[in-house]
Design a protein around this ligand. Structure first.
Ligand SMILES: Cc1cc2nc3c(=O)[nH]c(=O)nc-3n(C[C@H](O)[C@H](O)[C@H](O)COP(=O)(O)OP(=O)(O)OC[C@H]3O[C@@H](n4cnc5c(N)ncnc54)[C@H](O)[C@@H]3O)c2cc1C
Length: 404
């Protein structure tokens, strides 16, 4: 038994729902096919004490802006999920939940989406299945000694669920650093294998970091303004919203007692080896902090503002290059080494060598096939709560014109 629809949206996260909201406003019939429930990623792939890194005012979903009492606060996971539920209730999207799409095939003038409930045929499809899909796990994971409890960041829920002992966090993007800080605060010994990540102070000149990113145009950068398309894989600037928000980066973690290490290069006979590259990684992050500050300073010049902040000098600490896991009491490893796109179920030649959709303003080269929520889809802000609405409007407008 099949179903025919005009437009099928795959995914009921912010990207899919924002597109649905705009299509509904344009009077275009559509259905949202969701593998889990609304906001499933926020529900089931975030830890219990997770809170936004971006302030609440950045929740600028179309028809679902944050209007609560703490615009400068950082809402927790459950509050954010409730926000999504209220937002969806406000425009009642036609959602088929628990309806995973296992394949998308292109046919002349239509698309066929395979679901457990039967095929869905659509004239247009918006793939909004998430920008952070497949966790990247370094090959060293296979050589960890038996008995070490290994888990992905998205599987971690709370500190009490981890076996007693020290914790090695591998990967130092926003999530890795946040987990390292929170686990250390919970009384665990924490080691953090660091890669290259940008950072910035949480507040400058009385404003939050994200305010500066928006106002200076840093979040409006396009992919053409990056040094290379691979730069999309870099993490967002290190910072946390925990406890009302504060600075969180390699220097603060080191000062707080987290042991920083270089990149994990391998594990042999119970000994983990790390590159001697921590100083170079810190310098890399400092250089990106300088790049960001140049945007801030240029913006300040146009507004007659000044920001009394500059990147500090070299940190003056190094790192060990090997750890005997048993001697250090390490019983847990959390892998938080970034994500890669995973569109293997989309059977169309519209992906680049890194697996990112090739698209312009969300449109692929296959007429009627659109993407939403892609990191740097149109701008740096495309895949976050602040910027997704703008892209959804553009995609919905094109669908509307394409169909008329
Ligand atoms: C750890 C972490 C923290 C973040 N913190 C912030 C933050 O503080 N502020 C901010 O603005 N952004 C943040 N982001 C970035 C971004 O806002 C989130 O990744 C957000 O979830 C992206 O929304 P999305 O709708 O594109 O994708 P998702 O939220 O992942 O939604 C995709 C949906 O598609 C469904 N789906 C996937 N495949 C299929 C399929 N084949 N068939 C049917 N359904 C499918 C999934 O179940 C999911 O519900 C964070 C990202 C991560 C990873």
């Amino acid at each position: 038994m099949g179903t025919d629809v005009n437009v099928a949206i795959v995914g009921a996260g912010q990207a899919g729902l924002a597109t649905s909201r705009h299509l509904k406003q344009a009077g275009i019939e559509h259905v949202v096919l969701e593998a889990g429930r609304i906001a499933e990623t926020w529900r089931s792939r975030r830890w219990d004490s997770f809170c936004l890194v971006t302030p609440n005012w950045t929740v600028q979903l179309p028809g679902g802006r944050y209007a609560g009492p703490e615009p400068d606060g950082f809402m927790g996971r459950d509050e954010l999920v409730s926000h999504f539920e209220r937002w969806a209730d406000s425009f009642s999207p036609a959602i088929r939940d628990r309806c995973a799409v296992s394949a998308l095939d292109v046919e002349p003038d239509s698309f066929v989406l395979a679901t457990a409930g039967g095929p869905v045929r659509a004239r247009s499809v918006v793939v909004a299945s998430g920008g952070y899909q497949r966790p990247f796990i370094p090959p060293a994971a296979g050589s960890m000694p038996k008995g070490i409890h290994q888990l992905l960041a998205e599987e971690y829920r709370h500190e009490r669920a981890l076996p007693p002992g020290a914790i090695l966090v591998v990967g130092s993007g926003q999530t890795g650093c946040q987990l390292a800080e929170e686990l250390h605060e919970a009384g665990r010994d924490v080691f953090l294998a660091c890669g290259r990540a940008p950072w910035a102070p949480r507040r400058m000149g009385g404003h939050d970091l994200v305010w500066w990113m928006v106002e200076s145009g840093f979040w409006s950068r396009t992919i053409a303004q990056l040094p290379s398309p691979a730069a999309r894989l870099l993490s967002n600037p290190l910072a946390t919203g925990h406890g009302g928000g504060h600075d969180m980066h390699y220097r603060t973690l080191h000062a707080g007692g987290v042991e920083l290490l270089g990149r994990l290069t391998g594990v042999e006979d119970g000994v983990a080896h790390f590159a001697d590259d921590l100083p170079a990684s810190i310098e890399f992050g400092d250089n990106l902090a300088r790049t960001f500050m140049r945007w801030v300073e240029a913006f300040c010049t146009t507004r007659g503002l000044s920001v009394p902040w500059e990147v500090p000098g070299p940190p003056g600490f190094g790192s060990r290059t090997s750890l005997d896991l048993r001697k250090e009491g390490i019983t847990n490893v959390i892998w938080t080494s970034g994500y890669r796109p995973d569109y293997g179920w989309v059977h169309a030649p519209v992906f680049d060598a890194m697996g990112f959709p090739i698209q312009t303003d969300g449109r692929s080269d296959v007429p009627g096939l659109y993407f939403m929520g892609v990191h740097f889809q149109r701008k740096a802000q495309s895949a976050v709560l602040y910027g997704v609405g703008e892209d959804a409007e553009v995609v919905a407008e094109h669908i509307s014109e394409h169909r008329s």
